[in-house]
Design a protein around this ligand. Structure first.
Ligand code: NDP
Length: 261
């Protein structure tokens, strides 16, 4: 039984460590690998790899959505899937990024949130937070990707037109600070936003970004994206095993993934 994570680039992905740890801990005979899909390769090639399912990462989540025969849950609104299952001739699609993120902030019981960035992951977060009853605002450095959010009824603005307000949660969904030392927004704007917030979250994982460093210096509780990564993997693993009619001990699954990284 084989699964894989598909993306480009893909060598850095931690998903194989998470999923293979779970197979071992649960005593399930399975293997989870990485697959580099070239930009010019047809997505349908995945059907020929004899995989039972796959996780989809940047930049193929929207293409994967379009390639699905059936899409379940919040993925239908987001328009992107990160988990697919091959069932006979059909591709079934799910989005576990959204709930995986929400599980990270659920205990804070937030009423509102500001999402910085308007890409694929911002969509997943915006829709789940809205579904859970939060008031969601999205801000981005440029207009184009904001159009989707405006049309979907979210409050949104470019950095240029951004008006300072108080938000309980600030979420950086941009890759700013991943490979450089930049903040996602000007520090003159971020500092008062952070001071008024309860929690700062950065989707980037494996690195303390300048955004999180600023939150720390202002004594604001904060977290990187590692727990979201683990949560989405647990949810995807459950979908994969359910598709194979394999029941899973959820405590062992969570423990194995939680300690794998
Ligand atoms: P996208 O490429 O879809 O979107 C990136 C967004 O960030 C765009 O709105 C872009 O603005 C903005 N942006 C890019 N660079 C900068 C910058 N230097 N300053 C300000 N804004 C910037 O990316 P994704 O949404 O798919 O992913 C974003 C990040 O989240 C990545 O770092 C990814 O690794 C991480 N991630 C983590 C997950 C986890 O499980 N922890 C899951 C999914 C993603 P513009 O529209 O103007 O180009």
């Amino acid at each position: 039984m084989q699964f894989a994570v598909v993306g480009n680039p893909i060598h850095h992905s931690l998903s194989p460590i998470l999923h293979n740890s779970a197979y071992k801990a649960l005593g399930i005979k399975g293997f989870y690998g990485r697959y580099l899909l070239e930009q010019n390769q047809a997505f349908s090639i995945l059907k020929d790899l004899h995989l039972k399912g796959a996780n989809i990462t940047v930049p193929f989540k929207e293409i994967a959505f379009q390639s699905c025969d059936e899409v379940f849950g919040i993925a239908r609104e987001i328009g992107a899937v990160n988990t697919i299952v091959f069932q006979k001739d059909k591709i079934l699609g799910y989005n576990t990024d959204a709930l995986g993120f929400y599980q990270c902030v659920e205990s804070l019981n937030p009423k509102n949130a500001l999402i910085i960035g308007a890409g694929g992951s911002a969509k997943a977060l915006a829709y789940i937070l809205k579904e859970k009853g939060l008031s969601v605002t999205i801000t981005n450095r440029s207009q184009e990707r904001l159009n989707h959010f405006t049309q979907a009824g979210f409050q949104s603005s470019t950095f240029e037109n951004f008006v300072l307000q108080e938000y309980e949660i600030l979420i950086n969904t941009t890759p700013a600070g991943l490979t450089d030392s930049s903040l996602p927004m000007d520090s003159a704007v971020l500092t008062p936003l952070l001071k008024a917030s309860k929690f700062a979250f950065d989707l980037v994982y494996g690195k303390q970004t300048p955004f999180l460093n600023l939150a720390k210096s202002l004594n604001v509780a904060h977290s990187d994206g590692k727990q979201m990564l683990i949560n989405q993997a647990i949810l995807a693993f459950e979908i994969f095993m359910e598709s194979q009619n394999i029941s899973v001990d959820k405590t062992i699954l969570r423990q194995s993934m939680q300690t794998a990284l």
